[in-house]
Write a protein that binds this ligand. Structure first.
Ligand SMILES: Cc1cc2nc3c(=O)[nH]c(=O)nc-3n(C[C@H](O)[C@H](O)[C@H](O)COP(=O)(O)OP(=O)(O)OC[C@H]3O[C@@H](n4cnc5c(N)ncnc54)[C@H](O)[C@@H]3O)c2cc1C
Length: 400
């Protein structure tokens, strides 16, 4: 008998899974609460196809990013979608960052990042990015940019073409295990599936609670805001100029990215969002904020990282502070070049109950329900590989 599989969440991970399962002849239904696909992380990100520089060798992030970036490129080629290898330069602006740069280089080599080059002289640096300042860098020429919302839409067309259903405006409010099957309810529908996969991003812990799964890891929303470079100044950046990251928090620091449509954005930062889907400071959910504050990990987390939090929040609220950080990488940058803030995204970052950041992708299984508990960056890059991984390890041949 054909398996009936329900997928909760119409972001790139849920849709990539639906497409892969549809190709394996399952009867697939995607339930998405919004009236369009990609309304959350998938439609509000940097659009980078990561090459795998930062991730701990051997981790799911490292292995699935390596496989996923190739699959994304092939998918874009097949569908005629834009995919541009603009390249990424990770720049040490002064000598104090050389040790951390060497660690990134080591990880990149272990992760087999293709054609990675170490650059130690300023002239060579400037050949790649003529306006950059720094003492050394690593260059990843195949780091690319794409439009993840278009990719998701094209994957959804494949789902429909294979006979699958993609139901928008279907917010899952109930999941019940019943004699080995799963009954899923929304305000407008009720379905029974043989298996369900939850890919609910910012809501993944809330949906997990519907079936009584462990409330941990907890999702805390962190907004990433972008500045758009004035169109007449986009020639300051050819591809991507990135800082040497703290590998524990690779999303911190000022990033310059030339997008697939030739706009250049600067960001994202990382500030606590006051609602799970809080794209502006003034979007506040008392429920979400209260839940975050009374979660046991909140205080250890705040105690350990308050300095970083103050730094990110002040950079968000006071433009000159953010500008000063950006200008370290591109000294010709003027404050007016940061033309306006544009399309923020909110990251679903998972944390353990003692306030520790959960770094790697994480999957849980409760009977016939598979839950993606942590799918932060580079999950868009890795989406097709994540789908294959989940099918191989959690759906074949029977639920664990
Ligand atoms: C600022 C920012 C920059 C990033 N940059 C990059 C990058 O450059 N490269 C990269 O690879 N990754 C990047 N990422 C990460 C990447 O965007 C995410 O890892 C990826 O989009 C996760 O996809 P998803 O499908 O798991 O989640 P989402 O896209 O968030 O989708 C989850 C879906 O579930 C739906 N949902 C939730 N609850 C319910 C419910 N009860 N019923 C029905 N539907 C529900 C939501 O509406 C949503 O559409 C970035 C993320 C952010 C926020």
């Amino acid at each position: 008998m054909t398996e009936r599989i329900g997928i909760i969440g119409g972001g790139i991970v849920g849709i990539a899974l639906a497409r892969a399962l549809g190709a394996r002849r399952a009867e697939v239904t995607v339930l998405e609460k919004e009236t369009r696909l990609s309304q959350h992380q998938t439609g509000h990100n940097s659009g980078v196809v990561h090459a795998g520089l930062y991730y701990k060798p051997g981790s799911l992030k490292a292995t699935l990013c390596a496989a996923g970036r190739v699959s994304i490129r092939e998918f874009c080629e097949e569908k005629g979608l834009p995919h541009r290898e603009v390249g990424k330069l990770v720049v040490a602006v002064d000598e104090s960052e050389l040790g951390a740069l060497a660690e990134i280089e080591r990880r990149s080599i272990e992760n087999a990042v293709p054609d990675l080059a170490r650059i130690d002289d300023v002239a060579a640096l400037r050949e790649i990015e003529p306006h950059v300042a720094g003492v050394a860098a690593v260059h990843s020429p195949h780091t690319a940019v794409v439009d993840y919302a278009s990719i998701t839409e094209a994957m959804a067309q494949d789902v429909r073409a294979a006979g699958g259903r993609v139901l928008l405006g279907h917010e899952v409010t109930g999941i019940r295990l019943e004699n080995g099957t799963v009954r899923v309810t929304t305000p407008v529908s009720e379905d029974v599936f043989d298996r369900v996969i939850v890919c609910a991003g910012l809501q993944s812990d809330a949906v997990a609670r519907l079936i009584g799964a462990d409330p941990s890891p907890k999702i805390l929303p962190f907004r990433g805001e972008y500045w758009e470079l004035a169109p007449e100044r986009t020639d300051l950046v050819r591809g991507m100029i990135y800082p040497v990251p703290d590998p524990r928090f690779p999303f911190l620091g000022v990033h310059f990215t030339r997008g697939v449509y030739d706009n250049v954005h600067v960001g994202p930062n990382a500030v606590p969002a006051l609602a799970r889907e809080g794209y502006k400071w003034l979007t506040i959910s008392v429920k979400d904020t209260w839940e975050s504050l009374r979660w046991p990990g909140a205080w250890p987390l705040a105690k350990e990282h308050w300095r970083m939090g103050v730094d990110e929040i002040s950079g968000s609220l006071i433009k000159p502070l953010y500008f000063q950080k950006a200008r370290r990488f591109v000294p010709e940058l003027k404050m007016s070049d940061l033309a306006h803030k544009t399309g923020a995204g909110v990251r679903a970052q998972a944390w353990g109950s003692s306030g520790e950041l959960l770094d790697d992708f994480a999957v849980d299984q409760v009977g016939p329900v598979t839950l993606l508990r942590n799918a932060p960056s580079p999950a868009a890059t890795s989406s097709i590989a994540i789908a294959d991984f989940v099918i191989e390890h959690y759906l074949t041949p029977s639920p664990r």
